[in-house]
Design a protein around this ligand. Structure first.
Ligand SMILES: [Zn+2]
Length: 488
């Protein structure tokens, strides 16, 4: 079936509308509610006998058990969740099991009454994100949508309602960003074009009171030689997206600037990729999706920071006008680049976006990109790669990673790696050979970020899953949003 992009607009993007609420009193389930008790290992189960029996039935290592009980002449599903501890990772593991059960119920009442304030707030965040992930569907291209049954979840934390409510509101903003990121990544590349990405970014920014500026082909061709060298091989018009949120008390305060790689389809260009799994190259805009979505979530949460998001977006295609291996192009800052492989295009569009970002005098400059297959070899699908020219910024990102559970691992950026980018014919070449491919890509970008604290996130292994569970993960939205919250 052919999809006409014109038929799908940003308005088609619809999330499952789930309602999350906090209740101040002790557990009082409605007639239709399923009930879930969160009971850490040393907890005393309350008056609910079914819950007490389930809790007692859990053997070593079990975290979840469910049953049905009669309540007012109706069957009521009851479950207990026993995390191994109250660290985030423990809660996440238990919440994922609970969410698989919860998504089959129409509404769930969750009892947090045995938790202290810190644990209740963290659990609220983790459970909102787990329930949100469990009910996420991407069915806009299917004739029939099959949404999850779960409509709402109420959290009962009698003594800590205010803290739970704050955590819940923050988690809802994060979930909004994660869902937006997944939707953008999953959307077919004939629909999610650079134009679509620009339209969506503008709509999302304006929805939350931020501003958008979109520059098109003429600006890019005239000023951004490296970016243009990638874009010119496609019939799709490239765009440079700029979003601005002024939330800090001082509107002139130096902003955090996020830059995201937005290749809406990467064929490799003239250095064509092999055909196998090439459909997954629609995910080569996940850096852009992550940056736009973290921006939207930050604006939705009205974070008191100044934030700029920059996204260069185009296709990488092998058209008659496409760049060839051996071509030399001039980047926005005057650096000449010999293109030895047209599939190393991400760094070509990013380097001009990073030069463009300098005008904002960023307090921190962070780019996110599905940049190198080498990063998947190094870190697999578990951790994103981090490289930085400033250790304080790297440490802040690592702290945000530990706090959000969105895993990150730092790789070195020693000056020696720059040697691999020396060209006989230009200032730089766009590939550094097989050794340390993730680092030499970052070393290339570092050439364009010398005047600012800068960090690079390689999300090639973490932005989407392949195989049966194929789909965008929503990463690195949790990491970026946590970083921005901590910055505020
Ligand atoms: Zn590529």
């Amino acid at each position: 079936m052919e999809y006409n992009p014109a038929v799908f607009t940003t308005a088609d993007r619809k999330f499952k509308k789930m309602e999350f609420i906090t209740k101040a009193g002790s557990l009082q389930p409605q007639a239709e509610d399923a009930v879930l008790y969160l009971l850490p290992a040393n907890a005393q189960p309350g008056a609910d006998q079914t819950a007490a029996l389930l809790f007692a039935s859990l053997t070593e290592g079990d975290t979840f058990a469910a049953a049905q009980t009669m309540s007012e002449g109706k069957l009521r599903p009851v479950a207990v969740c026993r995390p191994a501890g109250l660290e985030r990772a423990d809660l996440e593991k238990a919440a994922a099991e609970a969410a698989a059960w919860a998504q089959r119920q129409a509404s769930v009442a969750v009892d947090f009454s045995v938790l202290d304030e810190t644990a209740a707030a963290l659990a609220a965040e983790v459970f909102v994100l787990a329930f949100g992930a469990a009910v996420y569907r991407f069915d806009r291209f299917k004739k029939e949508a099959k949404p999850a049954k779960l409509q709402n979840a109420a959290f009962y934390a009698p003594e800590h309602a205010a803290a739970v409510q704050t955590a819940l509101t923050a988690a809802e903003a994060a979930l909004y960003g994660i869902n937006l990121c997944k939707d953008l990544g999953n959307t077919a590349p004939n629909v999610c074009t650079p134009q679509y990405l620009a339209d969506t970014a503008r709509a999302e920014a304006e929805k939350f009171g931020a501003t958008a500026k979109i520059l098109g082909k003429d600006y890019i061709r005239e000023h951004m030689g490296a970016f243009w060298s990638v874009a010119k091989g496609s019939v799709q018009e490239p765009f440079l997206i700029e979003l601005r949120w002024t939330g800090a008390a001082d509107p002139e305060a130096a902003p955090v600037v996020l830059v995201g790689k937005g290749i809406t389809f990467d064929s490799g260009g003239i250095s064509l990729k092999p055909g196998e799994a090439m459909d997954e190259m629609k995910y080569d805009m996940c850096g852009a999706a992550g940056v736009i979505s973290a921006f939207a979530a930050a604006a939705k949460a009205r974070l008191p920071i100044n934030l700029v998001a920059i996204v260069p977006t185009c296709e990488n295609m092998p058209d008659a006008g496409a760049s060839k291996p051996g071509d030399i192009v001039t980047a926005m800052n005057g650096t000449t680049i010999e293109i030895l492989n047209t599939d190393a295009e991400g760094r070509l569009i990013l380097c001009d976006a990073l030069t463009y970002a300098a005008q904002f005098k960023p307090a921190a400059l962070i780019d996110a990109a599905t940049l190198t297959g080498a990063c998947i070899i190094a870190l697999g699908h578990v951790a994103s790669g981090l490289m930085a020219n400033n250790q304080d910024l790297a440490d802040r990102l690592l702290a945000a990673s530990r706090k959000s559970g969105d895993k990150l691992w730092q790789l070195p950026l020693f000056p020696e790696y720059k040697e691999q980018l020396k060209s006989n014919f230009a200032d730089l070449q766009n590939i550094g050979g097989r050794p340390a491919g993730t680092i030499t890509a970052a070393a290339f970008l570092s050439h364009f970020t010398e005047n600012h604290p800068w960090a690079h996130l390689d999300i090639a292994g973490t932005a989407w899953k392949s195989g049966k569970e194929k789909g965008a993960t929503g990463r690195p939205v949790p990491l970026l949003l946590q970083f921005l919250r901590d910055w505020a």
